[in-house]
Write a new protein. Structure first.
Length: 135
């Protein structure tokens, strides 16, 4: 089943480094299907479709059509915060982690934080049993 994720990334013509990183994250997601998945990532629509496919909410054909002009599926559902905005709101304690969830973020947003802020985010994620996924 996990072989379909890299296939979609190839269809989307992503670079090899991204394919490798994203595929690793997709495997972690596939191993934690009981956890909520919260996505604040620039390619979130791909991971959202993967989550839906793993939970039998969309067919394989719908999954592989993700991002294609022939797809009836919207790229994003609802309003989404960027990774950077999400992290800033966490730091300012305007929002908090949902205990036991997985949170997918753009790694560059995390790396743009100060060392102290990064350590605080990691500590908060640990304290809330949150699996932080950075790519």
């Amino acid at each position: 089943m996990t072989q379909y994720f890299p296939l979609l990334l190839n269809l989307l013509e992503l670079q090899e480094e991204e394919i490798s990183s994203f595929t690793g994250i997709s495997e972690v997601i596939a191993q934690h299907l009981d956890n909520a998945l919260i996505i604040h990532h620039r390619m979130g629509f791909v991971f959202e479709a993967w989550w839906e496919y793993l939970h039998d909410q969309i067919s394989l054909e719908e999954f592989l059509a993700t991002g294609d002009v022939s797809s009836n599926k919207a790229l994003r559902k609802g309003k989404h915060l960027s990774s950077f905005d999400f992290l800033q709101q966490l730091i300012h304690q305007e929002i908090s982690f949902i205990p036991g969830s997985m949170v997918l973020l753009d790694e560059v947003s995390f790396l743009s934080l100060s060392k102290k802020e990064q350590e605080w985010i990691l500590s908060e994620s640990e304290n809330n049993h949150v699996l932080l996924l950075l790519c």
